[in-house]
Design a protein around this ligand. Sequence first.
Ligand code: SF4
Length: 378
Amino acid sequence: MMKKNNPLGLYIHIPFCLRKCLYCDFCSFAGMDAVTMDIYVARLCEELAQKAPLAATHTIDTVYFGGGTPTLLSPYHFERLLGTVQTHYTLSDDTEITTECNPATADADKLCALRALGINRLSIGAQSAVDDELLALGRIHTYRDTVATFRAARAAGFDNISLDVMFGIPHQTPESFSHTLDEILSLSPEHISAYSLIVEPNTPFFEAGASLPLPDEDALCDMSELLLTRLRGAGYERYEISNFARDGRRSRHNLHYWKMDDYLGFGPAAHSLIGNVRTGHSHDLDAYLKGKDITEPEETLDEMAASDEYVMLRLRLSDGVNKKDFFARFGQEFDGFYATAAEKFVAAGLLVDTPERIYFTDRGFSVSNMVLSEMLFD
Ligand code: SF4
């Protein structure tokens, strides 16, 4: 019998939202009816069954429902999807099963039903505790909704909850961000993701251009410092550039991406990586609903591209690149490949280089894009 010990994460994309947020360029569509969601879930089940042979030598240790707003689906939809996963894949005993959840889209009954189905981690899109900022983002909920959803999730038995917060929001100030951090910390989630707003093309925020009242660079720096100080002060470890965990409750699913492990993605815009072969889906929801293949041409990373990507992703983690792991994966010494390119950043205090590993300092994280582009792609 074939041994199944390679861990693998499954990502299931749910591209439905009640309304599009003003900054959002994710693959999500507003205003879909229940029939469309039924058809979509049926297509996902077909795709899950069809791709199962790709995971024949793997054990699934994480399943992640992302979006979009997965909690727009009914518990029955989740039951069908998880049932299909259980039928066609081998799951580990302690599989982390996460769903993203928008406040105001999951009441106590739904959260209890999801917990009873085996979903054991929630990622709630709080973003801010200031209602004017939520309004500016075009979010559908208030902060009171976030608190109600969080409490209902705790009451339903979720003991692993992540909250997303955002900084760089229009009208936001370091003082209002400090208030958001106070509120979020008072809920005591196991995990916090904190991203700076990026104005992406093809969004209302992009079209607003210079008229968008974004915080200036000084305010953004103050917010970054506040974030680190307050979260660390409350016992959260920054284990990834934008992610913080308490008591070791890191996102095991996202660690698959940052460690460049294997993963399979389902639905429009989802990506998969098996070994050095990457595939992606287009955003064409209509075609997917009609049962058409929306897979884009696969890409096989050569050794150089794969090792550059590995270093780029691993350096997002505070643990950085473990040199023994690098050797085990690529059969080359890390130092022979990258140490010279890293030297000046080590000298500048942006990277720390030890015989075992290389990793960013806090100051290095704040300019990591510049360092990586010089180190890897020059
Ligand atoms: S809830 Fe998330 S996916 Fe949906 S529109 Fe807002 S940002 Fe986009």
